[in-house]
Design a protein around this ligand. Structure first.
Ligand code: SF4
Length: 180
């Protein structure tokens, strides 16, 4: 059996979902026998690789950089998973949406107050440019499975990973791991 190429990434998230993944404890040792982690915070390659089998995406889409990331992931990954409530619904990062467009908010925070240096984030390539409305991952790309929870409990992650590794890709959409 070919080793499974697993990637993880966090976008607009707090890393709590990744911490829950680490709570898999001994199951991580079992996974090490059959899985190669080819991208993620623990391996940190510069470029997202080709031919990834499964990618767990933590966090909501908050910036132009995130949009680029998820489109690139979609193009190179068989099973894309919205991992945790921020990825599934927007959750915590989306709490800024009711404040309105991001431009006036950043203008006030970074430029209009006397203690600021008068430079907007995103200028001169200093930071990714925030988008006006934070959105869940499936509003930008097709998502194959959803793992809700804030964070998803380790038992649910284990259940999903076992299902995915069993080759049950067609069942993922109806596995109960997708909301609605
Ligand atoms: S779903 Fe919860 S634990 Fe996961 S990134 Fe969002 S706030 Fe953090």
């Amino acid at each position: 059996m070919d080793r499974v190429r697993l990637a993880t990434i966090w976008l607009g998230g707090c890393s709590g979902c990744h911490m829950s993944f680490l709570d898999l404890d001994e199951f991580l040792i079992d996974l090490a026998d059959i899985v190669d982690v080819v991208y993620g915070p623990v391996v940190d390659p510069k470029e997202y690789p080709d031919n990834v089998d499964i990618c767990l995406i933590e966090g909501a889409v908050c910036s132009d950089e995130h949009i680029h990331h998820v489109k690139n992931i979609r193009a190179k990954t068989k099973i894309v998973v919205a991992f945790g409530d921020c990825a599934v619904t927007g959750n915590v990062p989306a709490m800024r949406n009711p404040l309105g467009k991001i431009g006036p908010i950043l203008q006030e925070i970074y430029c209009d107050r006397p203690e600021t240096q008068g430079q907007m984030p995103g200028e001169k390539g200093l930071m990714p440019v925030l988008i006006d409305t934070v959105v869940p991952v499936h509003q930008v790309i097709k998502v194959d499975a959803f793992l809700p929870g804030c964070p998803p409990p380790a038992a649910r992650i284990k259940e999903f990973v076992q299902l995915a590794l069993s080759g049950a890709e067609p069942k993922l959409q109806g596995s109960g791991l997708k909301p609605g």
